[in-house]
Design a protein around this ligand. Structure first.
Ligand code: NAG
Ligand code: NAG
Ligand code: NAG
Ligand code: NAG
Length: 307
């Protein structure tokens, strides 16, 4: 027993060494090496991420993930991304403004390795990066209010707009204020050299995102006589946004007008046939696609209509 334990320990040590060795070999690296850049308006920055064939640059913010695809007023890309060699990908930020403030990530989706740098472009007029919609979608316990200070010296606090109550949480430079939020309106406040400025308002909207979905079907009857009515309900719990589609016998399909409705934390699709015929016999399959995470599932029931 003891010997076994010892050899397991030995194996683990070897394994740890190997993991360390591998990450040394494949590690992503961003150059220049600074974790944070404070840039003057109109200046430029060239960041290179090397160490992988699969690495990509992404912008780390829920409300503007597509920032790196954006174009300037003249229709030119705002960001230039190019492979300088097969294992290096460069991101060129040209003529920066407050809009470029944020966290830039180099991600290898294959190995899930990530490196990031924060960029700040202080603007005496614009203390907080403006958000187009001021909406925060809440899908977990903690969310981030994207009041991103353009100057890292600004101290940020978060308040409930209606009560002015300060909210406990953590300000993440370049990302926003992370806290447990409710479905109400919040506002951030910045403080710099004794001066105060408020951010725009942010509305929090909760969205339930299930880990999996399990539709189930209930019917008035599964065996019925010709002429009897038939009701088939497909229900999925814990979902607020979903699309239903049905696969049903052709005779029934002609008459079908599925009604979708929601109740507290569930969605339903209902088929009502006032009069059945033998042709209604067969399999009724309800497909559900949840639209936030894209989960999908189905459930089915077999119906027999006797002649
Ligand atoms: C940015 O860095 C890449 C990789 O080192 C280099 O090939 C490229 O010329 C640089 N571009 C500018 C504008 O500095
Ligand atoms: C991920 O990396 C492995 C090993 O380098 C490679 O064989 C595989 O093709 C890569 N997969 C993708 C999706 O790039
Ligand atoms: C932030 O504060 C430090 C120390 O007061 C100062 O040296 C620096 O210039 C300030 N940075 C900006 C961007 O205002
Ligand atoms: C199906 O849903 C409708 C509408 O809510 C309801 O009236 C009916 O009783 C349900 N039928 C079954 C079999 O669950």
């Amino acid at each position: 027993m003891r010997r076994l334990k010892a050899s397991v320990l030995h194996l683990m040590a070897t394994f740890a060494a190997l993991v360390y060795f591998c990450s040394e070999v494949h590690g992503l690296e961003i150059t220049p090496h600074d974790k944070e850049f404070v840039l003057a308006q109109g200046s430029s920055l060239n960041l290179t991420c090397s160490g992988s064939l699969d690495a990509l640059w992404e912008f780390k913010r829920d409300d503007s993930q597509r920032l790196l695809d954006e174009q300037d007023e003249n229709g030119n890309p705002r960001y230039i991304i190019f492979r300088s060699d097969p294992k290096s990908i460069a991101l060129f930020l040209k003529s920066v403004s407050w809009k470029d403030t944020g966290v830039y990530q180099c991600i290898d989706h294959n190995s899930s390795e990530t490196r990031e740098v924060a960029v700040f472009v202080p603007d005496p007029e614009v203390w907080f990066v403006k958000s187009d919609h001021g909406m925060v979608t809440k899908i977990s316990e903690e969310s981030i209010v994207p009041c991103v200070a353009t100057n890292p010296n600004i101290t940020v606090t978060l308040y409930e707009r209606d009560t002015n109550r300060p909210i406990k949480g953590q300000y993440l430079p370049g990302e926003g204020y992370k806290a447990q939020l409710e479905d109400i309106t919040y506002v951030c406040q910045g403080e710099l050299n004794g001066k105060l400025k408020k951010s725009q308002e942010f509305n929090v909207v909760s969205i339930t995102v299930p880990e999996n979905i399990e539709p189930y079907i209930s019917t008035s009857k599964t065996v019925l006589k010709q002429g009897e009515p038939l009701t088939i309900n497909c229900t999925v719990h814990g979902v607020e946004l979903a699309i239903f589609s049905w696969h049903i016998p052709i005779t029934a399909a002609v008459e079908a007008h599925p009604q979708t409705y929601e109740s507290t934390k569930s969605m339903h699709s209902c088929l009502i046939f006032p009069r059945t015929t033998v042709g209604y016999s067969g399999n009724y399959v309800c497909h559900v696609k949840e639209t936030v995470e894209g989960l999908s599932a189905f459930s089915s029931v077999s119906i027999t209509v006797l002649g």
